[in-house]
Write a protein that binds this ligand. Structure first.
Ligand code: UDP
Ligand code: MG
Length: 316
């Protein structure tokens, strides 16, 4: 029998936390009764600098039942870093982890199947949404488009997979050796390798609270995903640049010929248009290159991705 740790990042989740804790406890007790996981298995909530009573609730849960543990981050660092903080904090104590959102939009019944796949020898099991019925049409379309763009740009991401996944201790050790600061878990986990599989589930409505990913955050997340995984945008710009250069040479030859034939006109329109076009393209190119340089700048700092303030574990 192996030990399972559930890792749940929480940011201002006081509304949903009690219900989430109850449902997860039932799930864990069920798995323990079936002798799928050991009694040492735990449910770990990571408090990502919440402004509400989330940490008080976690502390209370831990006091009432030591199956609940808490990791308190020193401040808000965002979903990806909070998740990583949780995974790295518990890594030494368990054989496998499953990460999931606090709002339980991801069907927790998929946990059984994930654990099953772990025993079949998988180091990573991806939870994949079979339908996105509960999302708005807008979110559905943008998500679909995003995955397609990612694929086109050469980033290896699992379609319709959020951060609901099982990872073995070995896979977590692998994850730890990725030192980048601009961490995008969905893109990095497939790079770890090992045997992996997927489990399908239906995504549910938020049963309370609301999405903490407004459009602005979603766009920044998508952009972060692309620029931290792929250098294709840079190549595309180089290609575009060479293409435009080629066109300008052709234009040059053409105008020389026209000049020799004595048919030149003072082409004000074409001059202005080309100034604008080339100026615009240059700005765009510089902007995208700047984005990558910004990333290099951040990586060079080697800032810590998270700082754990307190870990409520079996020892305290
Ligand atoms: N979350 C976090 N830090 C943040 C924002 C979100 O730890 O800065 C957590 C949040 O509590 C939830 C998970 O990340 O457990 C996913 O957030 P949410 O459900 O709002 O995202 P969505 O389901 O809309 O993609
Ligand atoms: Mg959610």
């Amino acid at each position: 029998m192996k030990t399972l740790y559930l890792v749940i990042p929480c940011y201002n989740e006081e509304e949903v936390l009690p219900e989430t804790a109850r449902q997860l406890l039932a799930k864990m007790e069920h798995l323990m009764a079936q002798e799928k996981i050991t009694e040492r298995s735990r449910i770990v909530f990571v408090n990502d600098g919440s402004k509400d009573r989330t940490w008080e609730l976690i502390t209370q849960l831990h006091r009432d039942n030591p199956i609940y543990q808490g990791v308190n981050l020193s401040r808000n660092r965002g979903h990806q870093n909070a998740l990583l903080a949780g995974l790295m904090t518990v890594k030494a104590h368990c054989d496998m982890t499953i990460s999931l959102d606090a709002d339980l939009q991801d069907d927790i019944d998929a946990i059984d199947e994930m654990v099953e796949k772990y025993y079949e020898g998988c180091d990573v099991v991806y939870g994949v949404r079979s339908a996105r019925d509960t999302d708005t049409a807008f979110k559905k379309k943008t998500a679909e488009g995003y995955y397609k763009v990612m694929k086109l740009l050469g980033a290896d991401v699992v379609f319709n997979h959020a951060d609901y996944r099982l990872m073995s201790r070995r896979a977590l050790d692998g994850l730890e050796s990725f030192r980048e600061v601009n961490l995008f878990l969905r893109g990095v986990v497939p790079m770890i390798g090992y045997k992996s599989d997927v489990v399908y589930y239906a995504r549910k409505e938020h049963f309370a609270g609301e999405s903490k990913y407004p459009l602005k955050k979603m766009l920044s997340f998508a952009w972060q995903g692309i620029t931290s995984l792929s250098v294709k945008p840079i190549r595309m710009i180089m290609l575009l640049g060479s293409l435009i250069f080629l066109v300008s040479i052709i234009m040059l030859i053409y105008s020389v010929i026209r000049y020799i034939m004595g048919a030149t006109e003072v082409g004000w329109t074409s001059t202005v248009v080309s100034i604008w076009a080339i100026g615009g393209l240059q700005l765009l190119a510089i902007g995208i290159i700047g984005e990558y340089i910004g990333k290099i700048y951040l990586e060079a700092k080697e800032r810590p991705k998270f700082i754990v303030e307190q870990y409520l574990s079996d020892e305290n």
